[in-house]
Design a protein around this ligand. Structure first.
Ligand code: SF4
Length: 228
């Protein structure tokens, strides 16, 4: 995944789309004040400068699907483990016993624990995505790169007896982003847009110094001399 911070306006459409696609419950004010907010993708907001010459900076953050994920080796039951073929950091809900070791070892803080069974407004239950499990109390959950969409595209391609093509899989956040800041693609396809763009000199990984090899590349915001 590639996120161009020069295009991100911090609108939050990706957050809402992720909630809708992945049946992520909206926490109550009481839970949020107890530090139990739950968003599989969140918009980190930073301020640059001092009032009145102040500017906002935004950084969408979700599971970085690390190639060397620190959350994986600490799980005592292998509920979180690695898909070597897709380089996805998997979360097996019905194996999770809720120790939360993975959450403690997650440098990006993108894993969320279900303290209670989620509740959804009666008027919204028909909106739940039938392709995605509603997670119960006592387990850990996080961004999957919309793995249900990946599987659906794989099945469609298989029926047509062809390989996955560029654009077959679009994550909910990428689909909803009005400015096209998020790109999702296959890094093994050397001609794909994501491979061509991730070589941009603005590209970097968040916390790359801790060697977790994240699969999300950010493109730095372009600053004009008066903004630097
Ligand atoms: S939808 Fe796009 S522009 Fe809006 S916050 Fe998310 S990444 Fe940024």
């Amino acid at each position: 995944m590639l996120i161009d911070l020069d295009k991100c306006t911090g609108c939050g459409a990706c957050v809402v789309a992720c909630h809708a696609e992945n049946n992520v419950p909206v926490q109550t004010e009481r839970e949020i004040t107890r530090l139990r907010a739950m968003h599989w993708i969140r918009i980190e907001r930073y301020w640059k400068g001092a009032y009145p010459d102040i500017q906002a900076r935004f950084l969408p953050v979700q599971c970085q699907q690390c190639g060397n994920a620190p959350c994986e080796p600490v799980c005592p039951v292998w509920a979180t483990n690695h898909s070597p073929t897709e380089n996805l950091n998997l979360q097996i809900y019905n194996r999770c016993v809720g120790t939360r070791y993975c959450q403690n070892n997650d440098p990006y803080k993108v894993r969320f624990f279900n303290f209670f069974d989620p509740t959804f407004e009666e008027s919204l239950t028909n909106q739940l995505n039938p392709d995605v499990t509603v997670r119960t109390a006592g387990i850990m959950e996080k961004c999957t790169f919309c793995v249900q969409r990946i599987r659906s595209a794989e099945h469609a391609a298989k029926l047509e007896d062809r390989a996955l093509r560029e654009g077959d899989v679009v994550t909910a956040c990428a689909q909803a982003c009005p400015s096209g800041a998020i790109t999702f693609g296959n890094v093994k396809d050397r001609g794909s847009r994501i491979v061509r763009t991730s070589g941009d000199q603005r590209g970097y990984h968040v916390l790359e110094e801790i060697n977790v090899r994240p699969a999300v590349t950010y493109l730095a915001k372009v600053l004009h001399s008066t903004e630097a």
